[in-house]
Write a protein that binds this ligand. Structure first.
Ligand SMILES: [Zn+2]
Length: 261
């Protein structure tokens, strides 16, 4: 058995002991890969350091739309530096229209730049999108080239949008919080995702909608991870072992292989 947590923010676990214990314990429960996403230039070296210290952690570096208006010139060169020094992907990036206080043009500019870098360096992308699906599809169609890999994390769009994303080659990832807070919708969506495009994640410690959970602990992490797989297996009508195997292989394909589009 090999488990992947396709989207997490280890650097955001403030309590160092919790983070260290969590990383010590993942091996025992066969969590073989965690995709750890940066969200702004300030946390990239923290993500890098965590990944250097644990072979199971794969770093992703990116500017999240919530921080798009805070970057200073030259940020993209720093991003490329981090992407080139180690095996890494780009994330968490994207668009968020719920956060109206973040300049929309700036969100688009920063996201587009990261799409270009993904293309240039052929890196996989982890995408966050809230209430901006039309814009996202448009930008992806403009910037994706053949063989580019991307995942939409904690998916919460419509079935129609999901089908368009799948046509573009997307991996669709569902999170613990989406199972908790949009149970019906997520169960319906997950049934429609082809098994070879499904990913699962905790988004830990962001286990509450749009924020860090109040009860962050090692036990809570494993509860979220196991819970996500169990709920996904139930929704998909599969046994957990088969689902774990499929999601593991999808993770490998997303991270390492070029898929036909
Ligand atoms: Zn996230």
């Amino acid at each position: 058995m090999m488990l992947i947590d396709a989207h997490i923010h280890l650097q955001a676990i403030q309590d160092l002991k919790t983070r260290t214990t969590l990383l010590d314990q993942i091996a025992k429960v066969h969590v073989e890969k965690l995709i750890c996403n940066g969200i702004q230039p300030e946390d990239w070296s923290g993500v890098d350091e965590i990944a250097q210290g644990n072979e199971r952690v794969l770093p992703f570096f990116g500017v999240h739309p919530w921080y798009a208006d805070k970057v200073v010139s030259g940020w993209d060169a720093v991003l490329e530096h981090f992407l080139k020094k180690t095996e890494a992907g780009i994330g968490e990036v994207g668009l968020d229209k719920l956060r109206t206080e973040i300049d929309w043009r700036k969100q688009i500019e920063v996201f587009q730049r990261q799409l270009q870098i993904a293309k240039e360096l052929s890196k996989p992308l982890a995408i966050h999108c809230v209430r901006a699906w039309g814009d996202l599809l448009l930008l992806l169609k403009q910037h994706l080239s053949s063989g580019m890999r991307f995942m939409t994390h904690s998916y919460r769009g419509s079935l129609e949008v999901m089908r368009e994303l799948l046509d573009l080659g997307a991996y669709i990832s569902f999170s613990w919080k989406s199972f908790q807070h949009q149970t019906g919708t997520v169960n319906d969506l997950i049934k429609e995702v082809p098994l070879e495009r499904l990913l699962l994640e905790t988004d830990f410690p962001y286990i509450e909608p749009h924020k860090i959970g109040t009860d962050i602990s090692v036990e809570r992490y494993f509860e979220c991870l196991r819970g996500t797989y169990a709920l996904a297996a139930r929704a998909k009508g599969m046994n957990e072992t088969e689902l774990e195997k499929a999601v593991w292989e999808n993770g490998q394909a997303f991270l390492h292989r070029t898929t036909a589009r």
